[in-house]
Design a protein around this ligand. Structure first.
Ligand SMILES: Nc1ncnc2c1ncn2[C@@H]1O[C@H](COP(=O)(O)OP(=O)(O)O)[C@@H](O)[C@H]1O
Ligand SMILES: [Mg+2]
Length: 360
């Protein structure tokens, strides 16, 4: 595909806050966006040229959408792979491609994929019955985390198992769906690397970004992370290997646990990522712009940080602080336009950047 000139139309599958920030960034580059999302109140639709409101399984709507745009990308990784393959077979350019979706939609497939590339994970087993879970706990040990293989996000679809006799309760808590059971990893910290790969294979990266979760939901991210250079190099190298092996185009998020100074894979997300929201003000080029640059075949922008950057999510009622936050001169406030405030729902975020001194 030739580089897309300004005025072209980008189709985004998924219309949440990630799609909203992609669309805002696309507008800055002179592109228009069409959003595909089943939610009539999709936050991205407020800032996009058009919104097709239909189910991800609706082939006709997907074809209409694909025919109305110059390139398709996504911000939601649970689009059915078969639907994406159908669009590709009709000649739609979809970046990143179906393989990245296929691997990232399944927690077992992503861990198998990354360990085959030489990456490290904690012990894990695929389980599809209570008996299989009980047997797997002999290998994996306790404490352990049971997670649905598919569709989990923000800690949803997970249950902790502290002792083997809690297996049945955990299995019931995830409604007996196909699952993965993982040893609980005693990490020093959690980080993410956001790697951006262009259609010509150029790689750039953000991070590692240090992440803190509360109740399974990202609460706070900051970069640059205080990690030794060799850990940083290993984390970026692993992310680059994964992106290259997937022939990936766009931003790929790689979530890692740091254990004894080594990066262990937690999960990958084939899209822009919440931990990278601070790159809007904290990096020369944001993750959103670089994703679009890659998808549109443009040169990638610098991922260098411009200062120490901290991003805090506004979750549920946190968003009620919006007016105080706006009186804080150091705060960059982002609100996603969601009218329905619910506990655990990401409503916005706040970024603070302390510029590096002149000597750096
Ligand atoms: N095996 C594990 N060991 C320790 N902590 C874990 C493990 N799995 C998940 N967690 C914690 O739960 C958070 C959310 O889990 P994750 O697998 O990333 O699912 P999600 O798709 O919901 O982000 C992680 O960021 C981490 O804090
Ligand atoms: Mg995660």
């Amino acid at each position: 595909m030739r580089p897309l000139s300004p005025g072209s139309v980008i189709g985004i599958l998924g219309g949440g806050q990630l799609g909203r920030m992609l669309a805002l960034s696309a507008a800055q580059l002179g592109y228009r966006c069409h959003i595909f999302d089943p939610d009539i109140h999709a936050p991205a639709a407020d800032v996009a040229a058009s919104h097709i409101c239909a189910d991800y399984g609706d082939r006709d709507a997907l074809v209409r959408f694909a025919d109305s745009v110059d390139v398709v990308t996504y911000e939601f990784e649970n689009v059915p792979v078969a639907a994406v393959e159908h669009l590709v077979s009709r000649g739609t350019c979809i970046r990143p491609g179906a393989q990245a979706l296929k691997v990232a939609q399944d927690r077992v497939a992503e861990k198998d994929f990354v360990t085959a590339l030489g990456g490290t994970c904690g012990r894990y087993r695929a389980v599809d019955s209570l008996e299989a879970l009980q047997a797997a706990l002999h290998v994996v040990g306790t404490p352990a985390v049971l997670k649905t293989r598919r569709m989990g996000y923000d800690g949803k679809g997970q249950a902790r198992i502290y002792k083997p006799d809690e297996a049945a309760a955990a299995w019931a808590a995830i409604s007996g769906q196909p699952a993965i059971v993982e040893a609980f990893v005693p990490f020093q910290c959690e980080v993410s690397v956001l790697i951006v790969r262009s259609a010509t294979g150029e790689l750039r990266s953000y991070g590692p970004i240090e992440n803190e979760h509360v109740a399974g939901i990202l609460s706070r991210s900051q970069f640059p992370a205080a990690l030794p250079d060799f850990v940083t190099a290993q984390a970026i190298s692993l992310a680059g290997t994964i992106a290259a092996k997937l022939d990936y185009v766009g931003v790929l998020a790689v979530e890692l646990f740091i254990v004894d100074g080594q990066p262990w894979l937690n999960e990958i997300a084939p899209r822009v990522h919440n931990s990278g929201h601070g790159t809007i003000e904290g990096s020369v080029t944001s993750q959103f712009e670089n994703h679009l640059r890659a998808v549109c075949g443009l040169p990638l922008g610098s991922t260098s940080p411009v200062g120490h950057t901290e991003m805090r999510n506004l979750i549920g009622a946190d968003v009620d602080q919006w007016s105080q936050l706006l009186s804080d001169d150091t705060a960059h406030v982002h609100l996603y336009g969601k009218s329905d405030v619910r506990a655990g729902r990401k409503m916005g975020h706040v970024t603070r950047v302390t510029p590096f001194g002149p000597l750096r």
